[in-house]
Ligand binder design. Structure first.
Ligand SMILES: Nc1nc2c(ncn2[C@@H]2O[C@H](COP(=O)(O)OP(=O)(O)OP(=O)(O)O)[C@@H](O)[C@H]2O)c(=O)[nH]1
Length: 369
């Protein structure tokens, strides 16, 4: 998510630069420098000629057949220990498939939200953005915490839509990473990530990556609203005691100057709705949570209610971020950036290289593709 935000910030900076955007915005040099031909390499005397050397005799029968020289049963045992039952190839393939799936979700969310925003909310947004006087502005800072994979990024993207591209920090610190900005009418909501928040079996952050985790943990108290999010499908099928402890710990008591809400996410994966009610019942008595929400960041269910609630919590304070409107130009850049990422994924072993790619055509199809 951080990489995604950084990318979008660079898009934003480019758009607002007084200079015309350099044509090489997506043209990156990676750390490896191109090799230059040195004199010794081009000098024919230095060329290795294998015919001048005798190959050593191979006595070992295995070597002659080109097979491995180790005992296969040890290798199999090592594979079993390191990779479990699946073997290294199976694991690698699964990882590649997972990466591919995640990339698709990201690209889809980005582009869908771009198209969605231009449709329904275009008029309303264009009325509100850029014309609100500072004394009329309202703001809200929202932190989102939850275990890895709970769906924090997808939910933020869903609430923020294309405005995630609007991220351009006026201030910047390492402990607070703004991951999205939603500006609507006179109200601006900034969403913050809580980096490195990993939990030990007590539901507390790990001590070993101390500084980073502690600063992330202490920043939790700074947000006006804190969303505690968990994967409700996972909780029903394979509850994680660390997640339960986190939910209970954060909801144990209400905190002055902070409103906390509990978000049961990924509800689209739960078939029986009565299971959702059971989970809601389980956490209903925690006094720290002002509201409970059931959402699907990926499918959008419940997101409107949560956004509405957040808008209502905003306080009179000037905006921290510049508002930003979606344009076709930005959508093209997002599309280019998604393509660039894929391109680099495919050629990452072919270094040294540099990549420049250009948009030569852009067409919107009737079905919105
Ligand atoms: N079915 C379903 N899948 C979801 C939903 N939200 C997120 N996911 C999937 O869950 C996975 C994790 O989602 P993320 O949004 O990256 O989760 P995260 O909490 O930001 O994860 P970390 O960055 O690892 O902390 C992805 O594969 C998403 O596609 C949802 O509402 N429904």
């Amino acid at each position: 998510m951080k990489a995604f935000t950084t990318t979008l910030r660079s898009i934003r900076r480019t758009l607002h630069s007084p200079q015309p955007p350099p044509i090489t915005i997506f043209h990156r040099f990676l750390s490896a420098e191109p090799q230059t031909e040195t004199e010794s390499e081009t000098d024919s005397n230095s060329v290795f000629d294998s015919s001048q050397f005798e190959l050593p005799q191979q006595h070992n029968a295995e070597r002659e057949s080109g097979g491995a020289t180790w005992d296969h049963k040890y290798r199999a045992r090592a594979d079993q220990l390191v990779f479990g039952g699946e073997g290294p190839k199976g694991k690698l393939k699964l990882k590649e498939e997972e990466d591919e799936r995640r990339r698709r979700v990201l690209a889809k969310v980005l582009l869908e939200s771009a198209l969605y925003e231009r449709g329904d909310d275009e008029e309303e947004d264009s009325k509100g953005l850029g014309v609100v006087k500072e004394e009329d502005q309202k703001s809200l800072s929202v932190g989102i915490i939850g275990a890895p994979n709970a769906g924090k990024s997808a939910l933020t993207n869903s609430m923020v839509g294309t405005k995630v591209a609007a991220v351009s920090r006026k201030t910047n610190t390492t402990t607070h990473e703004v991951v999205g900005v939603l500006t609507k009418g006179d109200t601006q909501i900034c969403f913050f990530d809580t980096p490195g928040l990993m939990l030990n079996c007590g539901g507390f952050p790990y001590r070993d990556v101390k500084v980073r985790v502690e600063s992330a943990w202490s920043s939790v108290a700074l947000y006006e609203v804190l969303i505690v999010i968990f994967d409700v499908h996972r909780h029903i099928t394979r509850p994680d005691s660390r997640v339960v402890k986190l939910i209970k710990r954060m909801g144990a008591q209400s905190v002055p100057n902070q409103r906390r809400v509990l978000c049961m996410n990924k509800i689209d994966l739960v078939e029986k709705k009565k299971d959702l009610l059971k989970v809601a019942e389980e956490f209903k008595d925690l006094p720290g949570y002002e509201r409970h929400f059931m959402t699907s960041g990926l499918k959008g269910a419940g997101v409107k209610d949560l956004t509405q609630y957040l808008m209502e919590q905003a306080v009179e304070r000037p905006w921290d971020e510049d508002p930003f409107t979606m344009s076709e130009e930005v959508m093209k850049m997002i599309a280019l950036e998604v393509v660039r990422e894929r391109l680099l994924d495919h050629v990452h072993q072919e270094i040294p290289y540099d990549v420049e790619h250009r948009l030569i055509d852009w067409k919107e199809l009737r079905d919105g593709e």
